[in-house]
Write a protein that binds this ligand. Structure first.
Ligand code: ADP
Ligand code: MG
Length: 364
């Protein structure tokens, strides 16, 4: 009995001590503060990380760790530069026709995900279209460097290259993690999906280190849990593709309110060059081999940033009718199309996110 009483007393004392130890620690812990920082040297675009940490040092650490991950992905997905000791996309494009090349798991995962979409019949975004895309890339770069001499690629060259864009000729071996090109002239360009994939790939790290964050990779946004300032959602702007025609200066045409979702926009105003007074942008229609003129921007909202990036490019080259059919048949995916005539079309569930539709009473 005596012993029992003693141990009970010890237990209570231990509890008290533990509580006392916790109180000052809890009181001295600084509150969460929102920080934001941006980088311009990765993925050839602007990367912004916004998030809550208790100290600025914690934020800096999270930011640097995130950038280190993104830098690695940028090198792996780079189709135009090689890096010592890394079998990146540039290396693959030069050597995968000679025999199977073992590649980093990040690259294998992205190529095989894209191949699954191809096998499902989704072919508007074809990362095996590198032969065609690299011609446009070359002419665009030359045209930007010397605008007076800007030229369009010859149609015959595009047509000849398009004979080498069949994804079935990209042979993957999941066990050995290799890629092999059965067509020696086929090449890959993952520009249409790399930023989305990268956004998804840093999420586990960000979720572990911040209670709430938003990351943007050049128009490719993932919004985590709601901000800690009492708002139910993060507000993300949908850019106006034609700010000058619409009075000028207005950067955003609309706003989406989201959390734990991604919003990705593909537009004809991001990357383009001008030939004879006409703009030629960077999203190529696999049917015409020319920049698609069906849309001026397409915005996708869903959980996966990889899927959103893939679909924003896909819908950009599909007709509105085909795009609508595709999106309405997918669970948890919404889209907003902006057409060249200035009109907009939203998928049936877009009203829950899009502010203009909410204000118009289009959704609860
Ligand atoms: P952004 O890079 O501006 O976010 P996208 O996600 O739509 O835009 O990707 C455009 C990039 O994808 C181009 O720069 C090019 O490398 C590649 N691309 C263009 N058209 C296609 C296509 N039809 N299929 C696959 N990749 C494409
Ligand atoms: Mg895309």
């Amino acid at each position: 009995m005596k012993l029992k009483f003693k141990s009970f007393f010890c237990f209570v004392l231990a509890l008290l001590l533990a509580a006392l130890a916790l109180v000052p620690a809890g009181l001295s812990e600084p509150p969460y503060t929102k920080y934001s920082r941006r980088a311009l040297d990765i993925f050839n675009t602007e990367i912004t990380l916004m998030g809550y940490t208790r100290t600025e040092a914690d934020f800096s650490q999270a930011y640097e760790d995130t950038l280190a991950l993104l830098r690695r992905f940028d090198q792996i997905f780079d189709a135009y530069n090689g890096y010592e000791g890394l079998n990146n996309l540039y290396y693959v494009n030069r050597h995968a026709a000679e025999g199977p090349v073992e590649i980093p798991e990040e690259l294998f995962s992205l190529i095989s995900w894209c191949k699954e979409q191809w096998d499902k019949g989704l072919r508007g975004t074809n990362i095996a279209m590198g032969a065609v895309l690299s011609i446009w890339h070359e002419y665009r770069e030359a045209g930007l460097a010397d605008p007076e001499k800007a030229q369009l690629p010859p149609a015959e060259a595009l047509l000849a290259a398009s004979a080498h864009t069949d994804f079935d000729n990209v042979i993957l071996d999941a066990e050995k993690q290799t890629v092999f090109f059965a067509d020696p002239q086929i090449t890959l360009d993952v520009g249409a999906v790399a930023k989305g994939w990268a956004a998804d790939a840093v999420l586990p790290y960000l979720k572990e280190h911040m209670p709430s964050f938003l990351i943007s990779l050049g128009g490719n946004v993932y919004a985590g849990d709601p901000p800690l300032d009492g708002r139910a959602n993060w507000a993300v702007g949908v850019e106006d593709p034609r700010p000058d025609e619409n009075g000028g200066g207005l950067m955003y045409r609309d706003i989406v309110d989201i959390h734990d979702l991604t919003v990705v926009t593909s537009g004809d105003y991001w990357r383009y060059y001008v030939v004879d007074g006409q703009r030629y942008h960077h999203i190529i229609d696999p049917e015409t081999l020319f920049p698609s003129t069906k849309m001026i921007s397409v915005t996708i909202i869903c959980e996966s940033s990889t899927l959103a990036d893939f679909l924003s490019t896909t819908l950009f080259v599909l007709s509105l009718e085909d795009g609508l059919k595709l999106i309405e048949g997918m669970d948890g995916v919404e889209a907003l199309w902006m057409l060249p005539d200035g009109t907009e079309q939203a998928s049936s569930g877009m009203g829950q996110y899009l502010r203009s539709l909410k204000n118009a009473g289009g959704a609860q």
